[in-house]
Design a protein around this ligand. Structure first.
Ligand SMILES: Nc1ncnc2c1ncn2[C@@H]1O[C@H](COP(=O)(O)OP(=O)(O)OP(=O)(O)O)[C@@H](O)[C@H]1O
Length: 306
């Protein structure tokens, strides 16, 4: 693991094009040591493309991108040596057992054989797969495969861990188990960059995040602060009907319409509910905590997951 005090990643005006398509459109961000930094955004936002540039597997077209203080275009070997990657797809070797997948991978790094064996065993324990060590990978559940890929990404004791949609397609139980493993790594001060389109995942794991859409960063900050700043603490919802709208228009309450609901963003949900009951005689009023989904919706007019 390299010891590094300056920001782990610095991106300035970073750009990537595929022909005419600008997949990453001049983004700026900095990832500090020991933080969990998230890229939240819908499919096609440019998250994976940004990750692939950080991993030095896809060259940038323009702008600056430094990892561990080194340029990604000129220091690929040094950077790759200190990065661990959990890619979006389950790319385990189907011809190997669980143990062999880790051990063979460890041979790509200059780790002595004895040390490799110890490291693989301790990683299997960390991801709770010791009992499956002699099993072929096709026999693992989806959650087990993702945990094994996480263990593989840790084989070289990386200073930076990149998780591209780490829990995509998993059931809630498997997702929570993986989240706990990621939190465990955070406690060990591993710097983590993760992409996700699950807002709960972003809110639960990230110290800071950016919300991306169409290759651009819309917003950056602490997940709770972002929600408080753009939405407030709560969302009061009522049905979107003509009488509801006409009554709301007689008040000074600001609202947004979304398909079948009307949403009121507020820090005073009780006051708003009381007013709606009194002034408009609404009966069906729902109050819920505001989320990053509300922020995305407010900024783009679309849902994160259509
Ligand atoms: N190799 C490629 N060639 C051409 N276009 C690409 C390539 N890779 C990505 N794109 C396009 O770039 C845009 C950003 O894709 P990217 O995979 O980075 O998005 P994403 O936010 O990671 O979404 P997802 O979660 O679906 O992977 C998309 O429009 C995608 O179709």
């Amino acid at each position: 693991m390299v010891d590094f005090i300056a920001p782990v990643i610095v991106a300035q005006n970073l750009q990537k094009k595929f022909g005419e398509l600008v997949a990453v459109d001049g983004i700026n961000f900095t990832v500090e040591k020991s933080e969990v930094f998230g890229f939240l955004g819908p499919n096609g936002a440019g998250k994976t493309t940004a990750m692939r540039m950080i991993q030095c597997v896809s060259p940038k077209d323009d702008g600056k991108l430094e990892v561990f203080g080194m340029d990604v275009n000129t220091h690929q070997k040094e950077i790759k040596k200190n990065i661990g990657v959990v890619p979006q797809e389950n790319n385990l070797d189907p011809d190997f057992t669980v143990y062999e997948n880790l051990f063979v991978y460890s041979r790509y790094f200059d780790i002595p054989k004895k040390e490799s064996k110890e490291r693989v065993n301790s990683l299997l324990e960390f991801v709770q797969l010791e009992e499956k060590k002699d099993v072929m990978t096709y026999m693992l559940s989806g959650g087990m495969k993702r945990r094994l890929i996480l263990a593989r990404a840790l084989v070289n004791n990386p200073s930076l861990l990149i998780l591209d949609e780490p829990t995509v397609g998993l059931d809630p139980q498997a997702r929570h188990l993986l989240w706990e493993k990621i939190r465990g790594l955070k406690k060990q001060n591993v710097t983590i960059v993760l992409t996700t389109h699950y807002l709960e995942e972003a809110a639960y794991l990230c110290d800071r995040l950016v919300i991306m859409d169409y290759g651009q960063i819309l917003i950056e900050g602490d997940p709770d602060d972002i929600v408080k700043k753009y939405i407030g603490s709560d969302v009061v919802e009522v049905d979107n009907t003509k009488p509801v709208i006409s009554c709301l228009n007689k008040t000074d309450i600001n609202y947004e319409t979304l398909d079948s609901t009307v949403q009121i963003y507020t820090n005073e949900p009780k006051d708003i509910s009381d007013r709606l009951m009194k002034e408009c005689e609404f009966e069906k009023i729902t109050v819920r905590s505001a989320t990053l989904e509300d922020v995305f919706l407010k900024l783009t007019g679309r849902k994160l997951r259509e």
